[in-house]
Design a protein around this ligand. Structure first.
Ligand code: SER
Length: 393
């Protein structure tokens, strides 16, 4: 199945079950929102999960582009991405978790044809405040899916305050042989889908109070599901990442993890740019700057004379289409080129300073502070300089 077919199958399943399409949001939340980026499909629905009636009714479905900086250090492995598409379904105080899990199981096994024997679930096992999620446990057991109970890992929240609750995660076996162990003991179980019961509101003082509605929020990673359905080794073999990997691999000789990081960061930067963010030193602009500079640092470690201008237009243009955006590719590439020029300039000015400090021995915290406070060289730039041998003009 292609990503387009996966999206259609997902939406059709829930539309048949009377869910209405919820509009997709940009990666940039509205003013006043405390988070920098849209991190999940539920985020734009927060007011409705807190009780406001949604114009689409009580059953919703959509696909939402998301960005997670919390996973940044894991990007480069088989399954983590900075920007990805989340397939989401919601019950705003309508049906319960047992229904959500049964419909989810039906979609995975009948709609997508996944062998039921390759599934494993986890549920909330209780903590000092709340009891275990017996309904989810019983539902999985009745469906013949093995279950494992956890505490904190099966509690979902979108930040320190706001709607939160116990979740049940669905894992698919991605190993070569028959399934072994549990998600907690064997990393070949890959999480694909999360069904959260948003029943609680966490206040700033840590207290939990019940929400006016018991809602269900589910989210499934498109790129991970594609990996499962195509039998791929990692998400980078997927239709929407392969062109980035190929474009970079044809021009630079990088190791596998570095290649993945560059492909992820460039693709993510393009989606962020297409939603209107520009590189800067704070907030969203800084996240974008870090993505581009981390990609450049990795590329220049291999060959500092090369430029992102050598990449073809296709992945830039296709990424906009895949994420339902309409970027002006020429303008977008001009921003990337400008950021590359600035970064090269910074590296050229910073190199003699860093070399001088390094000649005295390994850099200390005081050296980092001095380079930053006196010369405006941030830590990641200094680390970049330490790892890039020569930057040619
Ligand atoms: N909000 C949950 C998550 O992001 C499910 O959509 O995992």
């Amino acid at each position: 199945m292609t990503p387009d077919e996966i999206i259609r199958t997902f939406l059709d399943h829930y539309r048949r079950l009377d869910h209405r399409d919820a509009p997709e949001s940009s990666l940039i939340p509205p003013p006043g929102d405390p988070v920098l980026f849209t991190t999940s499909g539920m985020h734009p629905l927060t007011p409705y999960l807190l009780g406001r009636p949604h114009p689409g009714g009580r059953r919703l479905v959509n696909v939402q582009r998301c960005l997670r900086t919390t996973d940044l250090d894991e990007v480069g492995d088989r399954t983590h991405l900075t920007v990805f598409d989340m397939l989401g379904s919601w019950s705003l105080g309508d049906y319960d978790i047992a229904t959500s899990l049964r419909w989810g199981h039906q979609l995975l096994t009948e709609g997508f044809g996944i062998d039921p024997g390759r599934l494993h679930a986890t549920v909330f096992g209780g903590d000092e405040q709340l009891g275990p999620d017996e309904t989810a446990w019983r539902t999985w057991t009745a469906l013949g899916v093995p279950v494992e109970a956890n505490d904190a890992e099966n509690w979902w929240s979108n930040g320190p305050t706001g709607p939160c609750g116990p979740d049940s995660e669905i894992f698919v076996w991605t190993g070569d042989g028959p399934p072994a162990g549990t998600p907690g003991t064997d990393g070949r179980w890959m999480e694909v889908w999360n069904h959260v019961q948003l029943r609680h509101h966490r206040h700033a003082d840590g207290r939990l109070t019940p929400l006016p509605l018991c809602s269900i929020d589910t989210g499934m990673g498109l790129e991970r599901l594609e990996l499962v359905l195509t039998g791929g080794r990692d998400v980078y073999q997927g239709e929407r990442l392969r062109p980035w990997v190929a474009a970079v691999r044809d021009r630079w000789s990088l190791g596998e993890p570095e290649l993945r990081v560059v492909a992820d960061h460039l693709r993510s930067a393009v989606v962020v740019l297409a939603d209107g963010v520009r590189p800067g030193n704070t907030g969203r602009g800084y996240v974008l700057r870090r993505l581009l500079r981390r990609a450049l640092t990795t590329l220049w470690r291999d060959d500092p004379s090369r430029s992102l201008a050598e990449l073809p237009d296709d992945p830039f243009r296709d990424t906009g289409r895949w994420f339902r955006q309409q970027p002006d590719v020429g303008r977008l590439r001009a921003v990337v080129a400008d950021e590359e020029r600035r970064f090269r300039g910074l590296l050229e000015r910073g190199r003699p300073l860093v070399d001088r400090v390094r000649a005295r021995g390994p850099l200390t915290e005081r050296d980092y502070h001095w380079l930053h406070d006196t010369h405006g060289l941030p830590r990641d730039l200094v680390d970049g300089l330490l790892s890039v041998a020569v930057i040619e003009p």
